[in-house]
Write a protein that binds this ligand. Sequence first.
Ligand SMILES: Nc1ncnc2c1ncn2[C@@H]1O[C@H](COP(=O)(O)OP(=O)(O)OP(=O)(O)O)[C@@H](O)[C@H]1O
Ligand SMILES: [Mg+2]
Length: 393
Amino acid sequence: MNARIVLLGSGELGKEFAISAKRLGCRVIAVDRYDDAPAMQVSDQREVIDMLDGTLLARCIRRHKPDFIVPEIEAIRTSELLKLEKAGYSVVPSAFAAHMTMNRDAIRELAAKELGLRTARYAYATSAQELADAILAKAGVGLPCVVKPTMSSSGKGQSVVRTKADIAKAWKYAIAGMRGDRPVVIVEEFISFDYEITQLTVKERASQGGGVKFVEPIGHRQERGDYQESWMPCPMKPAAKRAAREMSAKVVERLAGKNGAGIFGVEFFVQGNEVIFSELSPRPHDTGMVTLRSQDLSEFDLHLRAILGLPIPEIRYNGPTASAVILATHEGTNAPEYAGVAAALATPSVEVRLFGKPTARKHRRMGVVLAHGKSADDARKIATNAARKIRVE
Ligand SMILES: Nc1ncnc2c1ncn2[C@@H]1O[C@H](COP(=O)(O)OP(=O)(O)OP(=O)(O)O)[C@@H](O)[C@H]1O
Ligand SMILES: [Mg+2]
Protein backbone atom coordinates (compact mmCIF):
# COMPACT_ATOMS: atom_id res chain seq x y z
CA MET A 1 0.00 0.00 0.00
CA ASN A 2 0.94 3.65 0.32
CA ALA A 3 1.23 3.86 -3.44
CA ARG A 4 2.16 7.27 -4.86
CA ILE A 5 -0.20 8.31 -7.62
CA VAL A 6 0.20 11.23 -9.99
CA LEU A 7 -3.24 12.08 -11.33
CA LEU A 8 -3.07 13.81 -14.73
CA GLY A 9 -6.30 15.80 -14.84
CA SER A 10 -8.13 16.91 -11.72
CA GLY A 11 -11.79 17.23 -12.67
CA GLU A 12 -14.77 15.60 -10.97
CA LEU A 13 -13.81 12.09 -12.06
CA GLY A 14 -10.29 12.63 -10.75
CA LYS A 15 -11.74 13.92 -7.50
CA GLU A 16 -13.80 10.78 -6.89
CA PHE A 17 -10.83 8.63 -7.86
CA ALA A 18 -8.60 10.55 -5.44
CA ILE A 19 -11.15 9.98 -2.65
CA SER A 20 -11.13 6.23 -3.39
CA ALA A 21 -7.31 6.27 -3.39
CA LYS A 22 -7.10 8.22 -0.14
CA ARG A 23 -9.42 5.71 1.50
CA LEU A 24 -6.89 2.97 0.74
CA GLY A 25 -3.96 4.99 2.00
CA CYS A 26 -2.46 6.20 -1.28
CA ARG A 27 -0.61 9.48 -1.68
CA VAL A 28 -2.15 11.54 -4.49
CA ILE A 29 -0.52 14.35 -6.45
CA ALA A 30 -3.21 16.08 -8.51
CA VAL A 31 -2.22 17.85 -11.74
CA ASP A 32 -4.21 20.17 -13.98
CA ARG A 33 -3.73 23.31 -16.02
CA TYR A 34 -5.66 25.46 -13.54
CA ASP A 35 -5.37 25.76 -9.78
CA ASP A 36 -7.90 24.55 -7.24
CA ALA A 37 -9.34 21.98 -9.64
CA PRO A 38 -11.75 19.51 -7.94
CA ALA A 39 -9.27 16.66 -7.36
CA MET A 40 -6.65 19.06 -5.97
CA GLN A 41 -9.04 19.84 -3.12
CA VAL A 42 -8.87 16.25 -1.83
CA SER A 43 -5.26 15.35 -2.68
CA ASP A 44 -1.94 15.55 -0.84
CA GLN A 45 -0.20 17.78 -3.34
CA ARG A 46 -0.98 19.72 -6.50
CA GLU A 47 0.84 20.80 -9.65
CA VAL A 48 -0.44 23.36 -12.13
CA ILE A 49 1.08 22.69 -15.56
CA ASP A 50 0.06 22.38 -19.20
CA MET A 51 0.00 18.59 -19.64
CA LEU A 52 0.23 18.96 -23.41
CA ASP A 53 3.76 20.27 -22.86
CA GLY A 54 5.92 17.13 -22.88
CA THR A 55 8.90 18.77 -21.17
CA LEU A 56 6.81 20.08 -18.27
CA LEU A 57 4.99 16.76 -18.00
CA ALA A 58 8.20 14.69 -17.83
CA ARG A 59 9.73 17.09 -15.31
CA CYS A 60 6.65 16.80 -13.09
CA ILE A 61 6.68 12.98 -13.20
CA ARG A 62 10.41 12.72 -12.54
CA ARG A 63 10.10 15.06 -9.57
CA HIS A 64 7.36 13.01 -7.90
CA LYS A 65 8.52 9.52 -8.95
CA PRO A 66 5.04 7.99 -8.68
CA ASP A 67 4.27 4.30 -8.56
CA PHE A 68 1.38 4.99 -10.93
CA ILE A 69 0.63 7.69 -13.47
CA VAL A 70 -3.16 7.91 -13.81
CA PRO A 71 -4.47 10.01 -16.73
CA GLU A 72 -7.91 11.51 -16.18
CA ILE A 73 -8.29 13.37 -19.50
CA GLU A 74 -7.33 12.94 -23.15
CA ALA A 75 -5.42 16.18 -23.62
CA ILE A 76 -2.03 14.98 -22.39
CA ARG A 77 1.22 14.73 -24.37
CA THR A 78 0.88 10.94 -24.51
CA SER A 79 4.06 10.46 -26.59
CA GLU A 80 5.83 11.49 -23.36
CA LEU A 81 3.87 8.83 -21.44
CA LEU A 82 5.21 6.20 -23.86
CA LYS A 83 8.77 7.36 -23.04
CA LEU A 84 8.09 7.40 -19.31
CA GLU A 85 6.69 3.88 -19.47
CA LYS A 86 9.85 2.73 -21.29
CA ALA A 87 11.86 4.35 -18.49
CA GLY A 88 10.07 2.12 -15.97
CA TYR A 89 7.05 4.17 -14.88
CA SER A 90 3.67 2.48 -14.68
CA VAL A 91 1.08 4.33 -16.77
CA VAL A 92 -2.59 3.42 -16.19
CA PRO A 93 -4.01 1.41 -17.84
CA SER A 94 -1.05 1.54 -20.27
CA ALA A 95 0.77 4.29 -22.14
CA PHE A 96 -0.48 2.68 -25.35
CA ALA A 97 -4.13 3.03 -24.23
CA ALA A 98 -3.63 6.68 -23.31
CA HIS A 99 -1.82 7.34 -26.56
CA MET A 100 -4.42 5.64 -28.75
CA THR A 101 -7.32 7.53 -27.15
CA MET A 102 -5.70 10.98 -27.06
CA ASN A 103 -7.13 11.53 -30.53
CA ARG A 104 -10.30 10.07 -31.96
CA ASP A 105 -8.61 8.92 -35.18
CA ALA A 106 -6.10 6.52 -33.57
CA ILE A 107 -8.69 4.61 -31.54
CA ARG A 108 -11.14 4.59 -34.45
CA GLU A 109 -8.54 3.07 -36.76
CA LEU A 110 -7.66 0.44 -34.17
CA ALA A 111 -11.29 -0.46 -33.45
CA ALA A 112 -12.62 -0.41 -37.00
CA LYS A 113 -9.64 -1.61 -39.06
CA GLU A 114 -7.48 -3.71 -36.77
CA LEU A 115 -10.17 -5.25 -34.55
CA GLY A 116 -13.00 -5.15 -37.09
CA LEU A 117 -15.57 -3.65 -34.70
CA ARG A 118 -18.70 -2.22 -36.29
CA THR A 119 -18.59 1.61 -36.21
CA ALA A 120 -20.43 4.42 -37.97
CA ARG A 121 -19.04 5.16 -41.45
CA TYR A 122 -16.43 7.87 -41.07
CA ALA A 123 -13.77 10.00 -42.76
CA TYR A 124 -11.28 12.71 -41.79
CA ALA A 125 -10.80 16.25 -43.07
CA THR A 126 -8.18 18.97 -42.61
CA SER A 127 -10.09 21.86 -44.25
CA ALA A 128 -13.67 22.97 -44.90
CA GLN A 129 -13.29 21.88 -48.54
CA GLU A 130 -12.04 18.42 -47.59
CA LEU A 131 -14.92 18.14 -45.15
CA ALA A 132 -17.43 18.96 -47.86
CA ASP A 133 -15.82 16.37 -50.14
CA ALA A 134 -15.78 13.73 -47.41
CA ILE A 135 -19.50 14.24 -46.84
CA LEU A 136 -20.81 14.83 -50.34
CA ALA A 137 -18.60 12.56 -52.49
CA LYS A 138 -20.28 9.53 -54.04
CA ALA A 139 -18.85 7.07 -51.49
CA GLY A 140 -18.84 9.80 -48.82
CA VAL A 141 -20.30 9.78 -45.33
CA GLY A 142 -23.51 11.47 -46.51
CA LEU A 143 -26.09 13.59 -44.67
CA PRO A 144 -26.94 13.89 -41.85
CA CYS A 145 -23.55 13.43 -40.19
CA VAL A 146 -21.65 14.41 -37.06
CA VAL A 147 -18.45 16.48 -37.17
CA LYS A 148 -16.00 16.37 -34.23
CA PRO A 149 -12.47 17.65 -33.65
CA THR A 150 -10.12 14.65 -33.38
CA MET A 151 -9.04 15.98 -29.97
CA SER A 152 -11.87 17.13 -27.71
CA SER A 153 -14.19 15.83 -25.03
CA SER A 154 -17.62 16.47 -23.54
CA GLY A 155 -18.98 17.35 -26.97
CA LYS A 156 -16.74 20.40 -27.45
CA GLY A 157 -16.58 21.45 -31.09
CA GLN A 158 -19.06 18.74 -32.07
CA SER A 159 -22.06 19.44 -34.30
CA VAL A 160 -24.60 17.68 -36.46
CA VAL A 161 -24.60 18.60 -40.16
CA ARG A 162 -28.03 18.23 -41.73
CA THR A 163 -27.66 20.21 -44.94
CA LYS A 164 -24.86 21.27 -47.28
CA ALA A 165 -25.14 24.78 -45.86
CA ASP A 166 -24.10 23.56 -42.38
CA ILE A 167 -20.72 22.21 -43.49
CA ALA A 168 -18.59 25.37 -43.35
CA LYS A 169 -20.12 26.27 -39.98
CA ALA A 170 -19.39 22.79 -38.60
CA TRP A 171 -15.74 23.09 -39.69
CA LYS A 172 -15.31 26.45 -37.96
CA TYR A 173 -17.08 25.23 -34.84
CA ALA A 174 -14.87 22.12 -34.63
CA ILE A 175 -11.65 24.10 -35.02
CA ALA A 176 -12.77 26.61 -32.39
CA GLY A 177 -13.61 23.78 -29.94
CA MET A 178 -10.59 21.53 -30.48
CA ARG A 179 -7.77 20.86 -28.00
CA GLY A 180 -4.16 20.50 -29.09
CA ASP A 181 -2.61 21.74 -32.31
CA ARG A 182 -3.89 19.42 -35.07
CA PRO A 183 -6.71 20.97 -37.11
CA VAL A 184 -8.24 17.62 -38.11
CA VAL A 185 -11.87 16.59 -37.79
CA ILE A 186 -13.61 13.25 -37.98
CA VAL A 187 -16.96 13.17 -39.72
CA GLU A 188 -19.27 10.27 -38.95
CA GLU A 189 -22.50 8.97 -40.38
CA PHE A 190 -25.33 10.03 -38.04
CA ILE A 191 -26.65 6.91 -36.31
CA SER A 192 -30.31 7.19 -35.28
CA PHE A 193 -29.82 4.78 -32.44
CA ASP A 194 -32.60 3.41 -30.23
CA TYR A 195 -30.44 4.03 -27.17
CA GLU A 196 -26.79 4.33 -26.18
CA ILE A 197 -24.84 2.73 -23.36
CA THR A 198 -21.54 2.76 -21.55
CA GLN A 199 -20.11 -0.67 -20.90
CA LEU A 200 -17.73 -0.27 -17.95
CA THR A 201 -15.11 -2.96 -18.32
CA VAL A 202 -12.41 -3.74 -15.77
CA LYS A 203 -9.08 -5.29 -16.73
CA GLU A 204 -7.40 -6.87 -13.73
CA ARG A 205 -3.68 -7.04 -13.06
CA ALA A 206 -1.92 -10.16 -14.26
CA SER A 207 -1.23 -10.90 -10.56
CA GLN A 208 -5.02 -11.13 -9.99
CA GLY A 209 -5.52 -13.39 -12.99
CA GLY A 210 -5.56 -10.67 -15.63
CA GLY A 211 -9.25 -11.22 -16.33
CA VAL A 212 -11.89 -8.89 -17.73
CA LYS A 213 -14.95 -8.05 -15.59
CA PHE A 214 -18.09 -6.17 -16.55
CA VAL A 215 -20.35 -3.70 -14.79
CA GLU A 216 -24.01 -3.90 -15.87
CA PRO A 217 -24.72 -1.63 -18.87
CA ILE A 218 -25.37 2.05 -18.12
CA GLY A 219 -27.96 3.90 -20.19
CA HIS A 220 -27.45 7.60 -20.82
CA ARG A 221 -28.80 10.64 -22.61
CA GLN A 222 -26.64 13.33 -24.19
CA GLU A 223 -27.31 16.88 -25.33
CA ARG A 224 -24.84 19.01 -27.31
CA GLY A 225 -22.56 15.93 -27.19
CA ASP A 226 -22.51 16.12 -23.40
CA TYR A 227 -24.03 13.74 -20.87
CA GLN A 228 -27.21 14.87 -19.07
CA GLU A 229 -28.36 11.79 -17.19
CA SER A 230 -27.39 8.15 -16.81
CA TRP A 231 -29.15 5.17 -15.27
CA MET A 232 -29.01 1.55 -14.31
CA PRO A 233 -30.35 -0.93 -15.13
CA CYS A 234 -30.49 -0.42 -18.88
CA PRO A 235 -32.27 -3.51 -20.21
CA MET A 236 -30.73 -4.96 -23.37
CA LYS A 237 -31.63 -7.96 -25.49
CA PRO A 238 -29.31 -10.80 -24.46
CA ALA A 239 -27.64 -10.89 -27.89
CA ALA A 240 -26.95 -7.14 -27.83
CA LYS A 241 -25.60 -7.31 -24.29
CA ARG A 242 -23.32 -10.17 -25.26
CA ALA A 243 -22.10 -8.33 -28.36
CA ALA A 244 -21.25 -5.21 -26.33
CA ARG A 245 -19.30 -7.30 -23.83
CA GLU A 246 -17.42 -9.19 -26.53
CA MET A 247 -16.47 -6.00 -28.34
CA SER A 248 -15.46 -4.35 -25.07
CA ALA A 249 -13.25 -7.27 -24.05
CA LYS A 250 -11.57 -7.24 -27.45
CA VAL A 251 -10.66 -3.56 -27.42
CA VAL A 252 -9.80 -3.47 -23.70
CA GLU A 253 -7.45 -6.44 -23.94
CA ARG A 254 -5.72 -4.92 -26.95
CA LEU A 255 -5.27 -1.53 -25.25
CA ALA A 256 -4.25 -2.86 -21.83
CA GLY A 257 -1.78 -5.40 -23.20
CA LYS A 258 -0.26 -8.03 -20.92
CA ASN A 259 0.53 -5.78 -17.98
CA GLY A 260 -2.11 -3.07 -18.09
CA ALA A 261 -4.96 -2.74 -15.61
CA GLY A 262 -7.82 -0.38 -14.89
CA ILE A 263 -11.41 0.40 -15.80
CA PHE A 264 -12.56 1.42 -19.28
CA GLY A 265 -15.82 3.10 -20.34
CA VAL A 266 -16.73 1.65 -23.72
CA GLU A 267 -19.49 3.56 -25.54
CA PHE A 268 -21.96 1.89 -27.88
CA PHE A 269 -24.98 2.89 -29.93
CA VAL A 270 -27.71 0.25 -30.15
CA GLN A 271 -29.93 0.29 -33.22
CA GLY A 272 -32.27 -2.66 -33.60
CA ASN A 273 -30.13 -5.77 -33.27
CA GLU A 274 -26.96 -3.89 -34.08
CA VAL A 275 -24.39 -2.79 -31.54
CA ILE A 276 -22.13 -0.04 -32.89
CA PHE A 277 -18.85 0.90 -31.23
CA SER A 278 -18.48 4.65 -30.72
CA GLU A 279 -15.45 5.43 -28.57
CA LEU A 280 -13.95 4.65 -25.19
CA SER A 281 -12.23 6.14 -22.17
CA PRO A 282 -9.35 4.13 -20.68
CA ARG A 283 -10.46 5.39 -17.26
CA PRO A 284 -13.70 6.03 -15.34
CA HIS A 285 -16.43 7.48 -17.53
CA ASP A 286 -18.60 10.51 -16.75
CA THR A 287 -21.83 8.55 -17.26
CA GLY A 288 -20.43 6.03 -14.75
CA MET A 289 -20.88 8.51 -11.89
CA VAL A 290 -24.17 6.67 -11.33
CA THR A 291 -22.05 3.83 -9.86
CA LEU A 292 -21.29 6.08 -6.88
CA ARG A 293 -24.75 5.03 -5.76
CA SER A 294 -25.84 2.01 -7.82
CA GLN A 295 -23.34 -0.48 -6.42
CA ASP A 296 -20.97 -1.08 -3.52
CA LEU A 297 -17.79 -0.64 -5.57
CA SER A 298 -18.01 2.48 -7.74
CA GLU A 299 -16.16 2.78 -11.04
CA PHE A 300 -13.52 4.75 -9.10
CA ASP A 301 -13.07 2.00 -6.51
CA LEU A 302 -12.86 -0.55 -9.31
CA HIS A 303 -10.24 1.50 -11.18
CA LEU A 304 -8.15 1.80 -8.04
CA ARG A 305 -8.43 -1.88 -7.11
CA ALA A 306 -7.44 -2.92 -10.61
CA ILE A 307 -4.46 -0.54 -10.60
CA LEU A 308 -3.18 -1.65 -7.20
CA GLY A 309 -3.67 -5.34 -8.06
CA LEU A 310 -6.27 -5.83 -5.33
CA PRO A 311 -9.04 -8.43 -5.50
CA ILE A 312 -12.29 -7.44 -7.19
CA PRO A 313 -15.07 -9.59 -5.76
CA GLU A 314 -18.54 -9.75 -7.26
CA ILE A 315 -20.06 -6.25 -7.44
CA ARG A 316 -23.17 -5.81 -5.26
CA TYR A 317 -25.89 -3.88 -7.04
CA ASN A 318 -28.17 -1.56 -5.03
CA GLY A 319 -31.20 -1.43 -7.36
CA PRO A 320 -32.45 1.13 -9.92
CA THR A 321 -30.34 4.30 -9.75
CA ALA A 322 -29.86 7.43 -11.85
CA SER A 323 -27.56 10.41 -12.08
CA ALA A 324 -28.53 13.85 -13.43
CA VAL A 325 -26.08 16.68 -14.03
CA ILE A 326 -26.15 20.16 -12.50
CA LEU A 327 -25.11 22.66 -15.18
CA ALA A 328 -24.09 26.29 -14.89
CA THR A 329 -26.36 28.65 -16.78
CA HIS A 330 -24.07 31.71 -16.89
CA GLU A 331 -20.72 32.61 -18.40
CA GLY A 332 -17.62 33.14 -16.27
CA THR A 333 -18.91 33.15 -12.69
CA ASN A 334 -16.05 32.92 -10.17
CA ALA A 335 -16.50 31.17 -6.83
CA PRO A 336 -20.04 30.11 -7.75
CA GLU A 337 -22.63 29.54 -5.07
CA TYR A 338 -25.33 26.91 -5.08
CA ALA A 339 -28.96 27.64 -4.26
CA GLY A 340 -31.67 25.05 -3.76
CA VAL A 341 -29.50 22.26 -2.34
CA ALA A 342 -31.77 21.88 0.68
CA ALA A 343 -34.82 21.60 -1.58
CA ALA A 344 -33.09 18.92 -3.66
CA LEU A 345 -32.05 16.95 -0.59
CA ALA A 346 -35.60 17.01 0.79
CA THR A 347 -36.49 14.09 -1.51
CA PRO A 348 -35.65 10.74 0.10
CA SER A 349 -32.75 8.85 -1.57
CA VAL A 350 -31.39 11.99 -3.28
CA GLU A 351 -27.71 12.73 -2.85
CA VAL A 352 -25.86 15.74 -4.24
CA ARG A 353 -22.22 15.91 -5.30
CA LEU A 354 -20.91 19.42 -5.98
CA PHE A 355 -17.56 19.29 -7.73
CA GLY A 356 -16.12 22.54 -6.36
CA LYS A 357 -15.01 23.94 -9.72
CA PRO A 358 -13.62 27.43 -9.07
CA THR A 359 -15.33 28.94 -12.14
CA ALA A 360 -18.69 28.34 -13.80
CA ARG A 361 -19.23 28.67 -17.55
CA LYS A 362 -22.46 28.26 -19.47
CA HIS A 363 -23.30 24.52 -19.75
CA ARG A 364 -20.30 23.55 -17.58
CA ARG A 365 -20.98 20.53 -15.40
CA MET A 366 -20.76 21.70 -11.79
CA GLY A 367 -22.29 18.79 -9.91
CA VAL A 368 -24.43 15.71 -10.11
CA VAL A 369 -27.50 14.38 -8.34
CA LEU A 370 -27.78 10.67 -7.57
CA ALA A 371 -31.05 8.96 -6.68
CA HIS A 372 -32.67 5.59 -6.32
CA GLY A 373 -36.15 4.78 -7.63
CA LYS A 374 -38.63 1.95 -8.05
CA SER A 375 -37.41 1.58 -11.65
CA ALA A 376 -34.71 3.23 -13.76
CA ASP A 377 -37.35 5.62 -15.17
CA ASP A 378 -38.50 6.52 -11.68
CA ALA A 379 -34.91 7.10 -10.53
CA ARG A 380 -34.32 9.33 -13.59
CA LYS A 381 -37.36 11.43 -12.76
CA ILE A 382 -36.31 11.85 -9.13
CA ALA A 383 -32.71 12.72 -10.01
CA THR A 384 -33.67 15.15 -12.79
CA ASN A 385 -36.28 16.93 -10.68
CA ALA A 386 -33.80 17.31 -7.83
CA ALA A 387 -31.04 18.55 -10.17
CA ARG A 388 -33.44 21.21 -11.53
CA LYS A 389 -33.88 22.60 -8.03
CA ILE A 390 -30.18 23.43 -7.76
CA ARG A 391 -29.03 26.71 -9.31
CA VAL A 392 -25.46 27.85 -9.83
CA GLU A 393 -25.26 31.57 -8.93
N1 LIG B 1 -22.19 9.20 -35.24
C1 LIG B 1 -23.08 9.60 -34.35
N2 LIG B 1 -24.40 9.44 -34.57
C2 LIG B 1 -25.32 9.84 -33.66
N3 LIG B 1 -25.01 10.43 -32.50
C3 LIG B 1 -23.71 10.63 -32.21
C4 LIG B 1 -22.67 10.22 -33.12
N4 LIG B 1 -21.49 10.53 -32.57
C5 LIG B 1 -21.77 11.10 -31.37
N5 LIG B 1 -23.09 11.16 -31.14
C6 LIG B 1 -23.74 11.69 -29.93
O1 LIG B 1 -22.89 12.62 -29.29
C7 LIG B 1 -22.44 12.10 -28.02
C8 LIG B 1 -21.01 12.51 -27.77
O2 LIG B 1 -20.17 11.97 -28.77
P1 LIG B 1 -18.73 11.41 -28.40
O3 LIG B 1 -18.85 10.43 -27.30
O4 LIG B 1 -18.08 10.95 -29.64
O5 LIG B 1 -18.04 12.77 -27.94
P2 LIG B 1 -17.19 13.16 -26.68
O6 LIG B 1 -16.94 14.62 -26.84
O7 LIG B 1 -16.06 12.27 -26.57
O8 LIG B 1 -18.12 12.96 -25.48
P3 LIG B 1 -17.67 12.51 -24.02
O9 LIG B 1 -16.31 13.05 -23.78
O10 LIG B 1 -18.73 13.17 -23.17
O11 LIG B 1 -17.76 11.03 -24.03
C9 LIG B 1 -22.64 10.61 -28.12
O12 LIG B 1 -22.75 10.02 -26.85
C10 LIG B 1 -23.94 10.55 -28.94
O13 LIG B 1 -25.07 10.86 -28.14
MG1 LIG C 1 -18.35 9.96 -25.54
